[in-house]
Every structure is written in structure tokens, then in C-alpha cells.
Design a protein around this ligand. Structure first.
Ligand code: ZN
Length: 203
């Protein structure tokens, strides 16, 4: 199993971090050890003083494939949920400044909590998915898949050019604006189509 992530896929988030709009999807990986499931607690890692949440729609891959063509992309995911791409923002800034890869900022243990999966067709209302992340009961991020720069199908086609998609892989599809820090005692909850799918206590 692997976790494939897309960065900078919402304009409002690109602007809040003062990044450039990528011409092709920005792709990075998290190792399998980043996964955190069943609403288990997230422990802030010792190597960061500024860990941020990034709520994202996560697709679960249900079919093996390489070089997927656009007309077949929809067949590669049947379920989706919300996940959190935890990011050690201070470490990431240092990696970026040095021109280094950012795995230690984004791929550390349990940096990828993933919620309960729901059938994609149940949460894909008309032509889009809406979701929100609450921190301690207050909404901090609202996402709408219509605002994604690269669609789910475009992401599937693009990433399968480089990485063979395998059943059970996860695809994080980017975060909207509103990212921010977490501290010990915070509780994050995520809803998609009005249904809570993830609860993540921070310790
Ligand atoms: Zn992200």
C-alpha cells in the first residue's frame, strides 16, 4: 500500500501559503507507516514546533493500473473519505529553502489519518463533494471539489504515469484554504456530505 498525495490543488490554499500555481499536479508520497486509522489519537512529533492540519478528500484505489486513460479513470475509485495531511510546516519551510525533499515534513509516522470510507457515489452530490474540518467544534476548513485545479480523474491519469496504482492505495487530493497549527488537546473532526467520517484527537 502506498499513499500518493497532491499538493497545491486549490487556488485559495496556494495563495494563503504564497506558492506558485503548478502547471502539472504536484505529487509526493507518504510511506505506509504514515497511515493512522480508526480515529486513533495523533501525537505531535518531537521534530516539529509547528504541525499543521490539511483536510483533504481521500480516494481509495480499487483496481490495479498503469497509464490510465481519461475515459477509464472513474473505474479506479469507488470509495472516498476525508483524511488529514499533517505537515510539519517549520520543517517543510527549511526543506524547501534548502532545495531538499520534504518527506520528513510530510511523511513522518501517523502523518496521514484517514477517516471512514463511504461509497463515492453517495457523497458525490450532483457534480461535486463538499466537506469541512472542525477544530474543537469550530469550522476551520471548507472544501468543495469544484474548486480543485486538477479533477479526481485527471489526478488518477497523471499519477498512474509514474506509479502503478494498486488496490488499497490511497490518494490525497489537496487541501483548501484554512490550514493551521494543532496543539496538544485539540480535537479535529471532519464531515463529508454532512456525515462525520473522522475524529482525530491531538496528543
Ligand atoms: Zn496536503
Amino acid at each position: 500500500m502506498k499513499i500518493i498525495c497532491i499538493g497545491r490543488n486549490y487556488l485559495d490554499h496556494i495563495r494563503e501559503l504564497d506558492n506558485e500555481v503548478p502547471s502539472a499536479p504536484l505529487v509526493f508520497l507518504k510511506p505506509a507507516t504514515a497511515l493512522l486509522v480508526n480515529d486513533k489519537a495523533f501525537y505531535i512529533p518531537e521534530h516539529s514546533k509547528d504541525v499543521h492540519y490539511e483536510a483533504e478528500i481521500v480516494l481509495k484505489i480499487c483496481k490495479n493500473g498503469r497509464h490510465v486513460k481519461p475515459e477509464y479513470a472513474r473505474g479506479y475509485y469507488q470509495e472516498a473519505t476525508i483524511g488529514i495531511d499533517f505537515t510539519a510546516r517549520d520543517v517543510q519551510q527549511a526543506c524547501k529553502a534548502a532545495g531538499h525533499p520534504w518527506e520528513i515534513a510530510k511523511g513522518f509516522d501517523h502523518s496521514a489519518p484517514v477517516g471512514r470510507f463511504l461509497p463515492f457515489d453517495d457523497i458525490f452530490i450532483e457534480d461535486h463533494i463538499e466537506y469541512e474540518l472542525d477544530k474543537n467544534g469550530e469550522t476551520v476548513q471548507r472544501g468543495d471539489s469544484r474548486k480543485m485545479i486538477h479533477s479526481f480523474d485527471e489526478i488518477i491519469c497523471y499519477i498512474s504515469r509514474f506509479f502503478k496504482l494498486q488496490v488499497g492505495d490511497y490518494v490525497f487530493t489537496g487541501t483548501p484554504a484554512g490550514v493551521g497549527p494543532v496543539k496538544i488537546g485539540d480535537v479535529l473532526t471532519a464531515k463529508v456530505a454532512g456525515e462525520q467520517v473522522l475524529r482525530c484527537p491531538v496528543k
